[in-house]
Design a protein around this ligand. Structure first.
Ligand SMILES: Cc1cc2nc3c(=O)[nH]c(=O)nc-3n(C[C@H](O)[C@H](O)[C@H](O)COP(=O)(O)OP(=O)(O)OC[C@H]3O[C@@H](n4cnc5c(N)ncnc54)[C@H](O)[C@@H]3O)c2cc1C
Length: 379
């Protein structure tokens, strides 16, 4: 029988919601505290590869995510004018296709609804103020003045995790000199799968989100200063990046980029928290433990997998210390691989954009393919 009867999860994002569902399905009471008083998830999309769907299936929500998202096959890799020179993506795993594109908002809704159905308790608009982390329990004071005692506290509060800072020390995410611009559109007729176009200074993706919608991402290098871009510059700068892409699908959506509020601009940061990601009765999952840049489209997949593995171990093991050791054994190398390879891909990409020669033997397609194959292995 599990030694964990009552677990506190800090953060109600993809990782926290997944942990809540997985724990309740394992018969363990789960409470989520979320800093925002109301969830406010932006409407561009997220790529879920077959391993993400496999993990969502362990939570009982893969079919709903595919029903409300847009399953598709491999991504077509193209020149800026549209000529296809290759394809990328994980092979299908069982009944799960290479990809499911989905709006972040819809994915959040699917997870939130399942969390509620499974009995997760939500406390919105608060966070942890103080954590007394003992070998056999964890006592928590919250920012609303209340307190509680739990068998385990899961930090799922993202890349700038407060739990991490309180328990493991200060680690600052590293900006990698690149940013992502995203925008949602109605789905162009004939866009049957994901597309990636490789330009001289940027990379562009068109990703299905639902039967009727897609989102575009553009990865650019904004230099080393992590510049703030004022709202009035968002549309002209994004459109300037798109000029070299004469591919018909890009040209079709380009005139629709008029509202700066629709441009979701985000500098990219990475942080691999040193192992172990646990101390006494506090453990980290998702971006608080391993924030990756999205070159492999796998950060959220890792967060869901973390939650599934942790709950599976808590259900079958009686000693929490053994659960946490096994959690690290099963998660660390896999997550580090994604973080490291994503950083390498971005470095090579940026060298190409600067016209610099790549290191001997560097092959982006091969490295991506090899890493995505590793992710198909059982967790
Ligand atoms: C540009 C970009 C594109 C990406 N694309 C993909 C993709 O295509 N596929 C993919 O798999 N991954 C992708 N990712 C990665 C993915 O978004 C993250 O890995 C994933 O969101 C991590 O989930 P999380 O729950 O750990 O953290 P988050 O999603 O950051 O959730 C953290 C939650 O905790 C809350 N919170 C924060 N601080 C506190 C606090 N102190 N107390 C309580 N609550 C708190 C937040 O409000 C939030 O609800 C992308 C990331 C970026 C930046």
């Amino acid at each position: 029988m599990s030694a964990a009867k009552k677990v506190l999860i800090v953060g109600g994002g993809i990782g926290g919601l997944s942990a809540g569902i997985a724990l309740c399905r394992a018969g363990i009471a789960a409470e989520i505290v979320e800093l925002q008083s109301e969830f406010n998830v932006y409407g561009v999309g997220i790529i879920q590869q077959a391993n993400a769907l496999r993990a969502l299936d362990a939570l009982g929500v893969a079919d709903e995510a595919m029903r409300r998202g847009s399953p598709y096959g491999k991504v077509k890799m193209c020149a800026p004018h549209g000529f296809q020179f290759g394809e990328t993506g994980t092979p299908p795993i069982g009944r799960f296709p290479s990809h499911n594109g989905i709006s972040r908002k819809i994915l959040h809704d699917v997870l939130y609804e399942a969390a509620q159905e499974n009995g997760v308790v939500f406390r919105m608009g608060i966070t942890v103020e103080h954590i007394n982390n003992q070998p056999d329990q964890v006592e928590v004071q919250f920012t609303d003045g209340s307190s509680g005692t739990y068998d385990l506290l899961i930090g799922a509060d993202g890349v700038n995790s407060k739990v991490r800072n309180l328990i493991f020390g200060q680690f600052t995410p590293r900006y990698i000199n690149a940013s992502v611009w995203r925008f949602a559109f109605p789905r162009p007729a004939g866009l049957e799968t994901g597309y990636m176009y490789f330009g001289k200074k940027t990379k562009l993706g068109l990703i299905p989100m639902t039967a009727d919608t897609i989102y575009m991402f553009v990865v650019s290098s904004e230099g080393e200063d992590n510049p703030f871009i004022p709202e009035e510059e968002l549309v002209p700068r994004l459109k300037a990046y798109l000029e070299e892409y004469s591919a018909p699908f890009v040209q079709e959506v380009l005139p629709q980029i008029t509202d700066p509020k629709g441009v979701i601009y985000r500098p990219l940061e990475t942080l691999m928290t040193p192992a172990p990601w646990y101390k006494n009765r506090v453990v980290l999952i998702g971006d608080s433990a391993h924030a990756t840049i999205p070159q492999l489209g796998s950060g959220a997949a890792l967060a869901i997998e973390d939650a599934v593995v942790l709950a599976e171990l808590l259900e079958k093991e009686s000693a929490i210390s053994s659960v946490l050791e096994q959690y690290m054994e099963r998660r660390y190398e896999r997550c580090k691989l994604v973080v490291d390879v994503s950083n390498t891909l971005s470095e090579w990409e940026q060298m190409e954009w600067k016209g610099l020669p790549l290191p001997e033997g560097a092959n982006m397609g091969a490295l991506m393919g090899k890493t995505l194959m590793v992710l198909t292995q059982p967790i």
